[in-house]
Design a protein around this ligand. Sequence first.
Ligand code: APR
Length: 320
Amino acid sequence: MSRKKIALIGGGQIGGTLAHLAALKEMGDIVLFDIVEGLPQGKALDLAQSGPVDGFDAALKGANAYKDIEGADVVIVTAGVPRKPGMSRDDLLGINLKVMKAVGEGIRQYAPNAFVICITNPLDAMVWALQKFSGLPTEKVCGMAGVLDSARFRHFLAEEFDVSVEDVTAFVLGGHGDTMVPLTRYSAVAGIPVPDLVKMGWSTQEKIDAIVQRTRDGGAEIVGLLKTGSAFYAPAASAIQMAESYLKDKKRLLPCAAHLNGEYGLSDMYVGVPAIIGAGGIEKIVEIDLIGEEKSGFDHSVGAVKGLVEACLTIDSTLA
Ligand code: APR
């Protein structure tokens, strides 16, 4: 059996980290694609030279031509411009929409059977456009946001409760942006829901509310600290978890930007929901009951994503 092929479109901060993680985990042979000449080749060579030290077998290739992604099993897209301080994800829309068009056409031509994970922001609108530009089945195109947002929530909760991150589960749904919806009721420490932990005196509602807000601002907090870029370690780790679930048919239930066609009362849109990822791609969308502020928060977030999609349609009418 030949090795799997992982194509990474965008060889910047996240792309390079993705290549490193995929190589360390021996997920397959890796092609790192970028429009900048030399960048993906340099990173691929550097990473390949870490193979003898770390003891992994993976071929790494840098590329500037889409032909090199031919036959990829998984494509992870980070191509585009990252957020700069003071820039909202929405400001990125116009620039990155054009990038999605080029990437989508490349995937359509050379990797039509791949499972595609989009990371480029503004995420929910970009993955929607990428699916249209690529023409791939909707269950084979998804976006990475929920795993990252939930990981941030889990990290903050683990710190607050002074327990291992391994024992903290959390769910963040909705669009990837200021309107995302961290679901406290569905978050737990070793199965004990966070609201129960508050009742048990482990924390206060005020502290949990502050953690929810810090989670929402998680990306901006890192942009503010780095000043010249956005987060890359945790985004890469999150996308790798999704890719592994597909390649190994693990059927993990992960929050991700998935195509909705009737679920949650929405049609033809991508937004963060719980979904099962297996060999079929997005195999099932899990419709959980949202109540009170969860429901209004989700609706508000969906409204923000719809606004971005409408802006995409104004810029490029072929998406209609
Ligand atoms: N095709 C391929 N690669 C492209 C294209 C294109 N049309 N346009 C830009 N790129 C490349 C850039 O040359 C750069 O190397 O995409 C890469 C992006 O890398 P970084 O600028 O380092 O950004 P990164 O931190 O990796 O984030 C990528 O993910 O989280 C989102 O908001 C973030 O949209 C951004 C994306």
